[in-house]
Design a binder for this molecule. Structure first.
Ligand code: NAP
Length: 267
């Protein structure tokens, strides 16, 4: 059956809003439906902007299972494959099913605080650091095994698709977007006689349960950030990360897109 209904997300810059208007015209010209507000029974979520806009669309959709695609209004973007000049061919290819569906795994972060716990999800990463510029102290457990006693600015726990974001800036490994695993990378770890922790990124399989336990005096001082959004929790007892319980779908037209971005952005 021909796909017919589209959700459109865009950032509020003038160029993105202008492209949004052009896109709506082109879809409606082909008798395709553009939903006024995003609907869960749509055929495609189209995000206009940069990678940050893609992240915001994924969050505001509640990690929708409707496939996502990005139209880029800035420089190249890891999530944003379609160039503005390619909008017509993108619509035609989508209608004719000429694309690959990929699954991007999400990180789950279960935050235990006070007497309760809450599970949140991230597409790029969770950052765990102190609220101010003091040193963060955390015990790190892998599958309940005590691995290290961390001291430093903080820890980033990143998905493969988030490996090219904050993770990359602090020396994390670049992982292919659809890999089934995740990594932890330290931000300015202290290594001295008193403290010893891994300086390298630690890449783990998707079966791993990673738990960060702030030292008791720090439960109130710890800040958790999911995809750039500060989460407001007090008395954090621990944060437990797992990968791949949920995913989003992203359609891809050029299988080399990831490598083109790596070269364009980093080399
Ligand atoms: P922002 O500060 O406005 O932009 C962050 C930058 O990260 C933008 O250039 C964005 O690309 C890029 N980016 C986002 N996801 C990416 C990915 N998967 N691969 C490569 N680059 C990516 O913040 P924002 O737009 O709200 O985005 C939140 C993200 O910022 C966080 O998830 C975190 O990864 C990143 N961040 C990075 C650093 C750092 O590198 N030192 C520090 C804090 C946060 P576009 O320009 O295409 O939007």
């Amino acid at each position: 059956m021909t796909p017919h209904a589209f959700n459109i997300y865009s950032n509020n810059n003038q160029r993105s809003l202008a492209i949004r208007a052009v896109l709506i015209d082109k879809l409606q010209y082909r008798a395709l439906q553009v939903n006024q507000d995003p609907r869960p029974d749509a055929d495609l979520n189209i995000c206009i902007g940069g990678d940050g806009s893609f992240l915001r669309a994924v969050h505001s959709s509640g990690f929708s299972q409707v496939p996502f695609v990005g139209i880029n209004t800035g420089h190249l973007g890891f999530y944003q494959e379609i160039l503005v000049s390619e909008i017509d061919s993108f619509i035609d290819q989508f209608i004719h099913g000429e694309y690959i569906n990929t699954e991007l795994g999400l990180l789950s972060g279960r935050i235990a605080h006070g007497d309760s716990s809450q599970e949140l999800f991230a597409l790029n990463e969770f950052v765990v650091r102190t609220q101010n510029s003091t040193i963060a102290h955390m015990e790190v457990y892998v599958d309940d095994y005590h691995l290290e006693n961390f001291a430093g600015d903080g820890l980033i726990v990143s998905t493969p698709s988030g490996s090219t974001a904050y993770n990359f800036s602090v020396g994390g490994s670049v992982l292919y977007q659809t890999m089934k695993g995740f990594q932890m990378v330290p931000i300015a770890p202290i290594n001295s006689r008193a403290y010893r922790s891994l300086l390298n990124p630690l890449v783990m399989p998707n079966t791993t349960k990673l738990r960060l336990v702030p030292t008791p005096r720090e439960g109130d001082n710890i800040l958790v950030i999911a995809d750039g959004i500060n989460l407001d929790f007090k008395e954090i007892e621990y944060i437990e990360f797992t990968f791949g319980k949920k995913h989003i779908n992203r359609i891809v037209f050029n299988p080399m897109w990831y490598w083109i971005n790596i070269k364009d952005k980093f080399l």
